[in-house]
Design a protein around this ligand. Structure first.
Ligand code: ADP
Ligand code: MG
Length: 873
């Protein structure tokens, strides 16, 4: 077999180490891709596929992109799920002997991008490592901001009993973090199936420990509080190891570790997050229709990301919640301060991501000017904050570094409008560096000398239109048009002939040119060095700058919550630890903003841990049951975030978990039927809820036949009230369930009012005590515009059904309501529901017993008959 060319040998050697990446191989001004990579890239990037001689019989498929435009192409590859290894020339081609040395300088992956163009401003971009053993450890980092979080779960006894519970927690956490890339040691059966996951081999525990110690440059993990947390340490080690392998650069901005316990936060499982439409709508859309959209009045990207984090991690600690509320209230009452803060924050750029790019060495003069501009607002901001009294603001103020040194160094050194490039000069201010000023002086003098020369030569030679020009290739020249050629003096040396002119040089001109070019080159080099010095200084202050960025984010979020509260007429919730909620005139924060033609009708809610634990809410379709229940969940959630809430007044107790099972959403992607999804969600809720949880159960049992569904709903209600004792709102179109109020002490019935007029109904949207006794399905169908004929016929059928045989065994008389039919089949405490014919017969026998006319003997015989019959069912 023929040998590959030396260059191709080098290429293949490097590619061997980066098999899972598209390798961008630097060749002059291009990044080239070869073989399989070229085939993929030409398709994904829509660029021409060519070929290159590689020493073999067949040319190697090749395609390439210009190096200066590479940032337009990498995102496309990343979006399509590829990792990209960037291979540079690592020695100067001019002085290199043989093939220029090349090496991969960075691997870009979905979870490690730092380029602005590939990131959403107000969204963190997380890389997540999951270590799964008996328990699990999760670490995640946003490389573009330096945020690093670690958590773990080790309580083995939990898992032994219920492995479901573990994955519930794991999935909940992953869903919250929503990483762009996941690395894990194993795929765990069906539990986590995710296209973002790649599987990695695991090193030894001590190796991971060393990787971590090296990264943070410490001798022990004690200071991080994770020295005993094996799962956490391994997941963190995996993460840093991966970063080291892919980023190959200093990661000094990732210098802090947030080790948290999932129990610190109000638990929301993945379907609850989805159902409540916190950050995205159920359909996966961002923006309108989400809670975040209503609350977001942040002025900075940092604030936007922090607000999302707060929404995703509501607090459980009443003191911390009240601290947030105190600060929001202070700004709520001080519109002037709120406005000022908004103004100061308006011109603050994304300092977190700026500093990360600075650490990466991936920034230019414009980034530094942006940093300076941002920092210039900080003294005013600090003064404004110092006037505020609440605890969070005074804490922030005590530790708020306005980064004066950063402002000063950039202000002194970098021009106000620097060029994009950092290697071509024009970036450093005069009077910053004496040496630079001197060289610039030489260059300027030289250029003046040349422009004077033009006048002198014109006078000397009498050539009126003699011109001095410059091109990169020929340097400076004297240009004379053809008509004056006779006047050209002898000392001119002809250099170039053009259509209607000749170009000349003189020895003096060449001498001056050398001086100028030499000076210009020196200027560029010196300016670059000075720029690096400034950058280096800023980099050395990274921790301090991040601290300030963090404070800015918190100020921004608190102010955003205050603005949202003013704008939308919210009120401060009063938090309690006594297990009750009392909401007066509560509203749905998102729906009230979306409905246009109607006013949103506010509603009250009272829930406690005694008589009012469970509310059963009946009402026809479209009455507003689902909206009402979500509204309660969202108000409770908002309170735990530290936000004001849409209500006239609200007392909210600290909850540990919120669960929602809302609507009948198909989850086709998982290949499960609606009903199966519904039931597994319900079982998850029943397995995990406690008496401090809030459960929102909407139309449980809808996905199956009426009696099945009703029975499941009934027994779920019983189980929750008797065993779990959770605070529950239970909406149902099974009006039969309202019978439970009389059977269970903690159940209360509610209905949503409607007005009936000649077969039509009007929705009043008002909730009140009591229950409805029928479904109004036909009326709603009528409202929805079903043809009149269909509606009429439906009414007929309904009437016939009411009289039909199947209802006979249950009915006291022919006009019996459906709810009564159901009632009869309830055997006291333990309802068993069935539409089985034998059961009905059985019930019929019992129902027909005339107790008043039974002799003891007859009673015993009858009882024996019943027992015999029961054995056969
Ligand atoms: P249900 O669950 O009872 O079928 P929904 O909660 O889905 O009803 O409400 C149906 C529609 O009624 C909602 O889309 C909303 O536009 C409107 N709606 C619900 N509650 C209210 C309210 N309190 N005020 C005004 N409109 C409401
Ligand atoms: Mg509904």
């Amino acid at each position: 077999m023929a040998k590959y060319t030396p260059m191709m040998e080098q290429y293949l050697g490097i590619k061997e180490q980066y098999k899972d990446c598209i390798l961008l191989y630097r060749l002059g001004d291009f990044y080239e891709m070869f073989f399989e990579d070229a085939l993929i890239a030409s398709r994904v990037l829509e660029i021409a596929l060519t070929g290159r001689d590689c020493g073999q019989e067949e040319r190697a498929p090749m395609c390439g992109v210009p190096h200066h435009a590479v940032n337009n192409y990498i995102p496309k590859l990343i979006e399509n799920g590829y990792k990209v290894a960037i291979c540079e020339q690592v020695e100067d081609p001019a002085t290199a002997k043989g093939i220029v040395k090349r090496d991969v300088v960075r691997v870009v992956t979905p979870g490690t991008v730092i380029e602005q163009s590939m990131l959403d401003e107000k969204t963190n971009n997380y890389l997540c490592c999951i270590y799964i053993a008996e328990g699990f450890g999760i670490s995640y980092v946003d490389v573009s901001t330096g945020d690093l979080y670690v958590t773990e779960n080790i309580s083995l006894s939990d898992y032994a009993v219920n492995s479901n519970k573990r994955y519930e927690l794991l999935n909940g956490e992953i869903n919250k973090v929503n990483p762009s890339e996941i690395i894990s040691n194993k795929l765990t059966g069906d539990e986590i199936i995710d296209s973002r996951i790649s599987i990695t081999d695991i090193l030894k525990f001590t190796e991971y420990k060393n990787i971590i110690l090296n990264h943070f440059n410490v001798v022990s993990l004690d200071s991080f509080g994770i020295s005993d947390n094996i799962n956490a340490i391994i997941s963190l080690g995996m993460l840093i190891d991966y970063l080291n392998q892919t980023q190959k650069t200093s990661l000094e901005h990732i210098n802090k570790l947030h080790f948290y316990n999932t129990g610190e936060y109000l638990h929301l499982d993945s379907s609850t997050r989805k159902n409540l439409e916190l950050i995205e709508t159920i359909r996966g859309k961002k923006g309108q229709g989400t809670l975040y959209h209503v609350l977001d009045n942040t002025m900075t990207a940092m604030g936007g990301r922090k607000l999302k984090k707060w929404i995703e991690e509501p607090l459980k600690n009443i003191t911390n919640i009240n601290n947030r509320l105190d600060s929001v209230e202070e700004l709520f009452n001080n519109v002037m301060a709120s406005n000022n803060i908004k103004e100061y924050l308006k011109n603050v750029y994304d300092i977190e991501r700026l500093i990360s790019r600075i650490v990466y060495g991936n920034c230019n003069g414009r980034d530094l000017v942006a940093l300076k501009q941002s920092v210039s607002n900080l003294p005013d901001l600090k003064t404004e904050i110092s006037e505020l009294k609440s605890k969070m603001f005074s804490n922030i103020c005590d530790n708020f570094d306005t980064l004066r040194d950063i402002y000063d160094i950039i202000d002194k050194s970098i021009v106000d409008e620097p060029p994009i490039s950092i290697k071509e000069g024009g970036i450093i201010k005069r009077n910053y560096n004496v040496e630079l000023d001197e060289i610039i002086e030489i260059s300027i003098n030289g250029k003046n000398w040349i422009s004077q020369l033009q006048n002198e030569e014109r006078e000397k030679t009498g050539i009126k239109n003699l011109k001095i020009g410059y091109t990169k290739v020929f340097g400076y020249y004297l240009e004379v048009t053809k008509s004056y050629l006779k006047s050209v003096p002898d000392n001119y040396i002809r250099k170039q002939t053009l259509a209607n002119c000749e170009r000349y040089v003189t020895p003096e001109l060449k001498e001056m040119e050398a001086k100028i070019l030499n000076a210009d080159e020196q200027v560029m080099k010196l300016e670059y060095d000075l720029f690096l010095e400034v950058r280096q200084y800023i980099k050395s202050q990274v921790t301090k700058i991040q601290e300030t960025a963090h404070n800015i984010a918190i100020i921004d979020v608190l102010n955003s919550l205050a603005i949202a509260a003013v704008k939308n007429d919210y009120t401060r919730p009063v938090m309690n630890n006594n297990g009750y909620m009392n909401i007066v005139d509560g509203r749905h924060p998102v729906i009230e903003r979306i409905i246009k033609n109607e006013l949103f009708v506010p509603n009250d809610t009272y829930i406690d841990n005694k008589e009012h634990r469970m509310s059963i809410i009946t009402g026809p379709n479209m009455a507003g049951k689902s909206t009402y229940m979500r509204q309660v969940a969202l108000i409770a959630l908002l309170a735990h975030i530290g936000s004001f809430v849409p209500a006239k007044s609200a007392e909210i107790c600290i909850l540990d978990k919120i669960f929602t099972r809302v609507g009948a959403s198909d989850d086709l992607s998982q290949g499960q039927s609606t009903f199966m999804v519904e039931m597994s969600e319900v079982s998850n809720i029943l397995n995990n809820a406690t008496e401090n949880s809030l459960l929102i159960l909407d139309e449980i049992g809808r996905g199956t036949s009426t009696y099945d569904g009703l029975s499941i709903a009934w027994s779920v209600v019983e189980y929750i009230t008797k065993k779990i004792k959770a605070k529950t709102l239970f909406a149902t179109h099974y009006h039969e369930l309202s019978e439970l109020e009389s059977k269970l002490k903690s159940v209360k019935n509610y209905r949503i009012l409607i007005k009936e007029t000649d077969d039509k109904i009007i929705f009043l949207r008002k909730i009140t005590e009591g229950s409805v006794d029928r479904s109004y399905g036909i009326q709603v169908a009528n409202l929805a515009g079903l043809p009149e004929e269909v509606v009429f016929r439906a009414k007929e059928i309904l009437k016939q059904l009411g009289e039909s045989d199947i209802t006979k065994p249950f009915a006291k008389n022919k006009k019996e309501r459906v709810s009564d039919k159901f009632q009869v089949s309830m055997f006291a405490e333990n309802p068993i529901v069935s539409n089985n014919e034998e059961y009905k017969d059985f019930a019929e026998i019992i129902k027909n017993i005339d107790v008043n006319n039974l002799t003891p003997i007859k009673a015993l015989t009858l009882l024996n008959d019943i027992i015999e019959k029961a054995k056969h069912i």
